[in-house]
Design a protein around this ligand. Structure first.
Ligand SMILES: Nc1ncnc2c1ncn2[C@@H]1O[C@H](COP(=O)(O)OP(=O)(O)O)[C@@H](O)[C@H]1O
Ligand SMILES: [Mg+2]
Length: 364
């Protein structure tokens, strides 16, 4: 049983955040601006979010005595990381309100459950088949056709845990490459562009979406987000409606992001949902500098039981991620007029690691 939600949090309140990455760091900064405190729980002693909050717990997500003390110290719990173990979320939700509700995690942690959830809402996805073991791969390939993408059901991010199967690719090798785990096989989508919608929903059920954002990936990692997306008014309306429908179906409280493919179809376009992130999202980082309220503020407002904002975008905006060694480019960006530089304070550079981002307001 989830504890009764408290009334709107006051300025002495503390929000507990599970996960200590840059998303948790930016959430905590937004909370501070609104006069709220945060307590970050993360197993990683080098968590970027630890640097900006007063109280931290460095412990494993399965450490129930640490979770218990954390729950004692906070008024509500949220997360910046969707792979929090279900048992930990359940443990916490017996003690404090956890927002968004952990049932959302059960769906979004599993690509198969997520795809079925989306399809049950009447929303299109890539065609897919369940692949629990190697014997299921050949019939799945026959049904889906090639090229296809084999993805682990759980724990994938930034393209990790996925393999493209072209005409000549050996299915047995693909199964080895994903580490012999339950998977889904998806039809490869020849998309015209990738877009996302970052949506906020508050406890009263009000939904506010940021404008549709266009995303360019390099090596499966987001590199550039541009807003507004170069899509037709019909695609824009459909994308916004999809995000609102998903948020409402979850009874969601907080910010979520929906990644979508735009595919040419006849004279128009189809919009397919690729993934749901039950948290603030990299493609919404532009909102820190490019909108009257950021995605981080929206999330904090919602979990605090406050009304969400009706955000206004400031213009045409581009956000560039600084990935791995690209963090060295920050020095040059500091000299660029109008550029807003964000660095996450990560001590160690690794290939593919998100180190910071830069936002620019472009001329119309
Ligand atoms: N079925 C697909 N067809 C074409 N491209 C895909 C497909 N699935 C994923 N991709 C590409 O790989 C990127 C990462 O895949 P995604 O499913 O979003 O996993 P994650 O972001 O969790 O690693 C997508 O943004 C897209 O560029
Ligand atoms: Mg993705």
């Amino acid at each position: 049983m989830t504890p009764q939600l408290p009334g709107p949090l006051g300025s002495d309140a503390t929000i507990g955040i599970l996960g200590g990455g840059q998303l948790g760091r930016m959430l905590a900064l937004a909370a501070a601006r609104l006069g709220l405190k945060c307590h970050v729980f993360s197993p990683d002693p080098a968590s970027p979010a630890f640097d900006v909050v007063h109280r931290v717990t460095c412990a494993d997500y399965a450490d129930t005595s640490a979770l218990d003390r954390f729950a004692e110290d906070v008024d509500v719990v949220t997360y910046e990381f969707e792979n929090v173990p279900a048992e930990s979320a359940a443990f916490l939700s017996a003690r404090r309100p956890v927002l968004p509700d952990p049932h959302v995690l059960a769906v979004t942690q599993d690509r198969l459950a997520e795809k079925r959830f989306v399809q049950d809402l009447g929303i299109a996805t890539a065609r897919f088949a369940e692949v629990d073991d190697p014997a299921m791969l050949a019939p799945a390939l026959a049904a889906i056709g090639r090229p296809a993408v084999l993805k682990t059901r759980r724990f994938g991010y930034d393209g990790k845990g996925q393999v493209l199967l072209r005409e000549a690719a050996d299915p047995a090798r693909a199964w080895d490459e994903v580490g012999h785990q339950p998977c889904i096989l998806e039809a490869f989508v020849r998309f015209e562009r990738e877009i996302s919608v970052v949506a906020a929903r508050d406890r009263a059920g009000r939904v506010a979406c940021f404008d549709v954002t266009e995303n360019e990936h390099r090596d499966h990692i987001l590199k550039i987000s541009r807003v507004p997306a170069a899509v037709s008014p019909a695609v824009e309306a459909e994308a916004l409606a999809i995000a609102g429908k998903i948020a409402a179906a979850f009874g969601y409280v907080g910010v979520l992001a929906v990644e979508m493919f735009v595919v040419a179809e006849g004279a128009g376009h189809a919009v397919l949902v690729n993934e749901i992130a039950p948290r603030v999202h990299n493609s919404g980082h532009w909102t820190l500098d490019g909108a009257s309220a950021s995605q981080f503020e929206q999330h904090i407002r919602a979990v605090a039981g406050w009304p969400i904002a009706v955000p206004r975008r400031h213009g045409r905006i581009e956000m560039v991620n600084l990935i791995g060694e690209e963090v060295a480019e920050a020095a040059a960006w500091l000299e660029v007029p109008g550029a807003a530089v964000h660095l996450y304070g990560k001590g160690t550079v690794r290939p593919g690691r998100k180190m910071g981002h830069v936002t620019r307001l472009l001329p119309d």
